[in-house]
Design a protein around this ligand. Sequence first.
Ligand SMILES: CCC/C=C/C(=O)SCCNC(=O)CCNC(=O)[C@H](O)C(C)(C)COP(=O)([O-])OP(=O)([O-])OC[C@H]1O[C@@H](n2cnc3c(N)ncnc32)[C@H](O)[C@@H]1OP(=O)([O-])[O-]
Ligand SMILES: NC(=O)C1=CN([C@@H]2O[C@H](COP(=O)(O)OP(=O)(O)OC[C@H]3O[C@@H](n4cnc5c(N)ncnc54)[C@H](OP(=O)(O)O)[C@@H]3O)[C@@H](O)[C@H]2O)C=CC1
Length: 283
Amino acid sequence: MISQTHPRYAPDLMAGQVALVTGSGSGMGRATALEMAGCGARLALFARRSEPLEETAEMIRARGGDAFVVPGDTRDEDTIEAAMLKIKDHYGQLDVLVNNAGGQYIAAARDITNKGFEAVIRNNLIGSWQMTRAAADHFMFERGGSVVFVTAISARTALTGFTHTVAARAGVTGMMKTLAAEWGEYGIRLNCVAPGTIKTDALGRYPITSEQWQMLNRSVLNRMGTAEDISGMIIYLASRLGGFITGEDVYVDGGETLHLGHDARDMINPELFEQRKRGDGKE
Ligand SMILES: CCC/C=C/C(=O)SCCNC(=O)CCNC(=O)[C@H](O)C(C)(C)COP(=O)([O-])OP(=O)([O-])OC[C@H]1O[C@@H](n2cnc3c(N)ncnc32)[C@H](O)[C@@H]1OP(=O)([O-])[O-]
Ligand SMILES: NC(=O)C1=CN([C@@H]2O[C@H](COP(=O)(O)OP(=O)(O)OC[C@H]3O[C@@H](n4cnc5c(N)ncnc54)[C@H](OP(=O)(O)O)[C@@H]3O)[C@@H](O)[C@H]2O)C=CC1
């Protein structure tokens, strides 16, 4: 059994299960893969670059877990098909799919070309559809399963600079709900986790500093989220803990989408409110 320093879930929560996590070479995908392995799941790790996936696999194996690297691109049907066949050959089953891979570039809506819009839709909506369809065809129509999509705080709020990805993520949510309704009869549960602003290396791709990210983040908990804030919810939904939950869209955003119509917190307690600027809220 894998050794965990501070386990949040039982070490046998996902024993006997195989989970495929896309984008598991970094950030939330890696955190999810590591914690799922800590819950007894055997992991298939999928992304375009092998090296970061191998690093995740090594981390899992070093703790006594089981991980298998299947490189591929969620936009490329051939690599998805190849990955499913490799998983069948290696593990013989797939119980959980986490569609975490994704990304976009920031641009004002007026500067997004049709080609650029389509590229982001392909990366975040079509890619998730293709993975889900393939996992269902190869494994889940026969023996059920659970699918979790990582989206963004999109359907509930506007996100300036991200029109293309908001459209894609809201599309994922609608797709997830409809699939949940159609595929319940096969024992397939599908849910979304919508992260707020989460401190991962990926934020470094954007042209602002970590201090500016902190200011941009509107979490009422006075801190940015962590990859583990997200992996905990993914595992809850993917495992038997979420066994009666399907078609749900869970926001893990520290209250970022509460939409404070009138934010008077600085008038109520200016000292406490200053914490927001320093970003030293309690985890
Ligand atoms: C609060 C929210 C916080 C969110 C955090 C995260 O998500 S963290 C996760 C962060 N992770 C990531 O963000 C992941 C990294 N991001 C990506 O991989 C890309 O954003 C991608 C998904 C578009 C790549 O798809 P692809 O390989 O299919 O694309 P391609 O390279 O072939 O380009 C196609 C067209 O798209 C356009 N266009 C593309 N880039 C830019 C740009 N920088 N600038 C302007 N435009 C751009 C351009 O029109 C281009 O056509 P052109 O002008 O070349 O003829
Ligand atoms: N960090 C944040 O604040 C937020 C992030 N998100 C979303 O959450 C998810 C995880 O984010 P985070 O961990 O921060 O970001 P990362 O960029 O660290 O992780 C995304 C991973 O997806 C993989 N990936 C991207 N495109 C593809 C593709 N076409 N096929 C296969 N793999 C792909 C990348 O690996 P490789 O390049 O090797 O393929 C990368 O490891 C992403 O979908 C992100 O957009 C949503 C809201 C907020």
